[in-house]
Design a protein around this ligand. Structure first.
Ligand code: UDP
Length: 131
């Protein structure tokens, strides 16, 4: 069965949105198979976001994702990688549709509440990195 890696970022944890996010995935019909609260090391953050290492926002991104606890999860079910991305909404909340997680709870691209793997290959890599 397909799996994906989903993470509530430090802003989502601070704003007490873990329950809301878990609830949306459960109601959609997905199964939570592992989860933990953790604080990410800089090394893990730099590895996780390695594809963005040459971008101007990389330093801020690593600072932010290591700034407080995150809630890391593995979700399982049919088409979960693609459907989770749709449920999350566009990367920049200004483009995220109302009804999506970012469209309902975020306004800023740097603090956009949630991460979700963008492919089954990324999901496998990210699950290996965090679990
Ligand atoms: N990001 C940012 N500024 C940008 C683009 C991205 O701060 O101009 C951050 C944003 O938090 C995003 C993360 O970098 O979630 C990773 O970017 P990606 O393009 O992989 O988006 P995602 O897969 O998270 O939608």
């Amino acid at each position: 069965m397909e799996k994906t890696f989903i993470m509530v970022k430090p802003d989502g944890v601070k704003r007490q949105l873990i329950g809301e996010i878990v609830s949306r995935f459960e109601k959609r019909g997905y199964l939570l198979t592992d989860a933990k609260i953790m604080t990410i090391s800089r090394e893990t953050a730099e590895n996780h976001y390695g594809e963005h290492s040459d971008k101007p926002f990389f330093g801020e991104l690593v600072d932010f994702i290591t700034s407080g606890p995150v809630f890391a999860m593995i979700w399982e079910g049919e088409n979960v990688v693609e459907n989770a991305r749709t449920m999350m909404g566009a990367t920049n909340p200004k483009d995220a549709a109302p009804g999506s997680i970012r469209g309902d709870y975020a306004v800023n691209v740097g603090q956009n509440i949630i991460h979700g793997s963008d492919s089954t290959e990324s999901a496998e890599r990210e699950i290996g990195l965090f679990f």
